[in-house]
Design a protein around this ligand. Structure first.
Ligand SMILES: *Cc1c(COP(=O)(O)O)cnc(C)c1O
Length: 749
């Protein structure tokens, strides 16, 4: 017999009562209630004061109920300031948790409407019996906890607790197959019973079907649609990669014209190939740090988009990989007449709806019912696993039905084509939970916390930068305005002096205003806003006019240094490193990062040996220190004009010889060959070439690489040269196979 490891779900309540444990009558009654609850498997956490209660409420997300003494902090009579303060505090963060107010009949009858509307029930501690009150509390706590998970996740857990004998797949049947072998047993023991018991198949009718959208799974999708503001939502278990391809296959037919963000994810490129579409690309711009901007409004003008025929589909990445978000109303004003279907790839941006800072800057803005039937149909895709809390591969498709809406039955054909007939149920459940976590006040509280941490980090780094800068020294900067204006007072203050409240509440602090030097883009006012939680840390080395300075170093050096200290970054640009302040951020986590930035500065100043600070690459650079390597890298950046070459490569669009789909036909027929970049002049690429940084396709399949002197091959040769000079700091270019320092690419024969 194997002992049960997974915990039966237990409930826990916070008992806020200063008399608990005292010998007074009230203290004894409170103690009786506590014992009663504990006898019924409800854990009770005591809080004798307002401060304790606040602290426990903030730090323990496992509480399912609050018992609050109306006379907390003494004072039998009004104003009950402490209890009132706690009540307000709790309700500002959670409008649903059951709160039981402990009072007596006399005081209870005098309670104001304001108080009554915030509490779930009144408890006459001295008059009612402990089993009666305990039962009421238990029922409320249970019902609250059940709804917490969302429909599918709670059905899944309930099913797990019932324990059936299963004769269906998966063949491990709740984990028992693993227990018959030593390797299986080890695997089982590591992950624990709950995972295996909840790994079920579509044969379990109680949970409904993901492919038919029935039962609790469908309820979960309807719930997510409500939370995210869609008419319809689909839960997808193979990532937004699949979500995007589902939309593509549902919307676009062979040979149809589409406009696609050149800065699109690989999955949209695959959508083009799968559908056989004729793509046109929406060009983005890039700034002096090599950061890719949004598609400027002039590239979205209707007369451009409809030239040569109305596009079937338009794909826009929102936000960009560096956290630049669009004013969606303005985008729709521009493109809404050109196409009936607009697809916003918001893989990194599922949280936007839940905080007012982002208002109007995401696809599902406002309410679904306000979406006019003659407006375009809008799609949004969210990787819930990326910046909300869900398991890897969890993703949502949200739809606002408008012109040329695709009804469910037709859309589902594409959904089923891309979905597995054996989805992993915990992934679906985690989508449910991600929606539930964002529902109501909880969502705003979570996003606000990320914003506050990001702002605190940015202000801390900016303060350090300012101090060094004033003494003619360098330090890292965060990419954001140097000063902001408070629209309330009209006063301009230094960024690091601005009140955090202003920065987390006021979008104009983050908008790319025309003429502001910090962002380096030319865009109309209000069109684009930097998302504060996507933090780019800039390394020194680029002047305001874009020239490479004598001093400084590329971001890759900082990334390698941080990596050696166990800090893994999201993305490394040329002179910018991106950090995500996702829901899991803590003060301790970003403080460690600040500490490491300071350590880098100190190691740079004393030219610490590479063996000490980046041991993994030190062997390639014998005898060199951190500053030596920085200087060598910067000199090469300056001499070879690498950043400039990149600018040229991304300013031009290659000539399209054939569609990605036609090119793919040649690939599968083997009509391709691998050749070195130096011999690729005039050839046609067989696969997309995507250099990181900046991480957008430079050449798509079926596009011409141009002559040796033209920007595409020049840039590839420049980074090939860099990689030879700086082992350990090589570029990662999708579509390029690097062998002994030679870049090889696949071209059509
Ligand atoms: C990550 C990403 C995707 C793919 O999402 P997965 O959930 O990893 O499959 C799609 N689009 C964009 C813009 C992304 O960044």
């Amino acid at each position: 017999m194997i002992e049960r490891r997974s915990k039966i779900l237990r409930h826990r309540v916070l008992f806020v009562e200063d008399d608990l444990g005292s010998a007074s009558a009230a203290g004894r009654a409170a103690q009786l209630l506590k014992t009663e609850l504990e006898l019924n498997d409800v854990d009770v956490v005591g809080a004798p004061s307002l401060a304790d209660a606040k602290g426990l409420f903030l730090s323990d997300a496992g509480l399912h109920g609050i018992l609050l003494d109306w006379t907390l902090g003494g004072g039998e009579d009004a104003p009950h300031a402490e209890a009132m303060a706690l009540l307000d505090f709790i309700r500002s963060r959670n409008e649903k948790i059951p709160v039981f107010l402990l009072t007596d009949r006399e005081k209870g009858s005098g309670l104001s409407e304001e108080v009554l509307s915030q509490v779930s029930e009144l408890v006459w501690l001295m008059e009612d019996s402990a089993p009666f009150v305990g039962g009421r509390i238990q029922a409320a706590v249970k019902s609250y906890a059940k709804k917490l998970l969302g429909p599918m996740a709670s059905a899944l857990i309930e099913f797990d607790l019932v324990h059936e004998y299963s004769w269906h797949t998966p063949g491990h049947t709740g984990g028992t197959a693993f227990q018959k072998s030593p390797s299986g047993r080890l695997f089982y023991d590591y992950f624990g019973e709950a995972m295996f018991r909840s790994d079920l198949s579509v044969s379990v009718g109680e949970l409904g079907s993901l492919l038919d959208h029935t039962g609790p799974i469908a309820e979960g999708e309807r719930y997510a649609a409500k939370v995210f503001g869609a008419h319809r939502t689909y839960s997808v278990t193979n990532g937004t990669s699949t979500s995007n391809r589902i939309i593509w296959m549902a919307c676009v037919g062979r040979g149809q014209k589409v406009w696609v963000d050149r800065n699109c994810h690989k999955s949209s490129e695959q959508g083009i190939t799968l559908t056989g579409a004729e793509p046109c690309y929406l060009r983005t711009t890039r700034n002096r740090y090599g950061i890719i901007g949004p598609i400027p409004p002039e590239n979205l003008r209707e007369e451009i988009l409809v030239e040569g025929g109305k596009p079937q589909h338009i794909v826009i990445t929102n936000s960009t990989y560096d956290g630049l978000t669009y004013n969606v109303d303005r985008v729709l004003e521009l493109v809404g007449g050109a196409s009936d279907r607009i697809h916003f790839d918001e893989a990194w941006y599922a949280y936007a709806r839940f905080h007012p800072l982002y208002r109007g800057r995401f696809a599902m803005r406002g309410e679904a019912k306000a979406h006019p039937a003659d407006a375009p149909t809008i799609f949004a895709t969210h990787s819930t696993h990326k910046l909300l809390a869900a398991l890897s591969q969890a993703s949502f498709i949200h739809i606002r039905e408008g012109r040329r809406n695709i009804d469910h039955a037709r859309f589902n054909e594409s959904f089923m084509m891309h979905a597995s007939t054996s989805p992993f149920y915990p992934i679906i459940a985690s989508n449910d939970v991600s929606a539930s976590m964002m529902d109501g006040k909880g969502g705003e509280v979570l996003v606000e916390e990320s914003l506050r941490e990001a702002v605190a980090f940015r202000q801390t780094v900016t303060r350090l930068w300012r101090r060094h800068d004033e003494s003619g020294d360098w330090f890292f900067q965060t990419w954001n305005p140097k000063s902001v204006e408070d629209p309330g007072t009209g006063k301009r203050v230094a960024f690091e002096e601005a009140s955090p409240d202003l920065l987390v509440r006021e979008p104009s602090c983050w908008v790319l205003h025309p003429g502001d030097a910090w962002h380096g883009f030319e865009l109309e006012d209000g069109y684009c806003m930097l998302d504060p939680i996507k933090v780019s840390v800039l390394t020194p080395g680029v002047e305001e006019d874009g020239t490479i300075s004598e001093k400084g170093f590329p971001a890759a050096l900082l990334t390698a240094y941080l990596d050696a200290r166990g800090i893994v970054v999201e993305k490394t640009g040329d002179y910018a490193v991106l950090f995500l302040f996702s829901l899991g951020i803590t003060n301790a986590k970003w403080s460690t990062l600040v500490h490491s930035l300071l350590a880098f500065k100190s190691d740079y100043d004393k030219n610490a040996p590479l063996e000490e600070c980046i041991p993994s690459v030190a062997g390639n650079y014998p005898g060199m220190g951190l500053r030596d390597l920085a200087q060598k890298m910067q000199a090469v950046m300056k001499e070879t004009g690498l950043l400039q070459a990149q600018g040229h490569a991304f300013a031009a669009l290659p000539e399209q010889e054939m569609t990605p789909s036609e090119s793919y036909q040649k690939l599968i027929a083997g009509e391709v060959e691998k050749i070195p970049v130096d011999k690729a002049a005039g050839r046609v690429a067989a696969t997309g070439l995507v250099p990181y940084p900046p991480g957008i396709p430079m050449v798509m399949p079926g596009e011409r690489l141009g002559t040796d002197g033209e920007p595409f091959l020049s840039y590839l040769r420049a980074i090939q040269n860099w990689d030879r000079l700086f082992p350990g700091f090589c570029h990662d270019t999708h579509g390029v196979e690097s062998e002994d320092g030679v870049y090889n690419i696949l071209v059509l024969k």
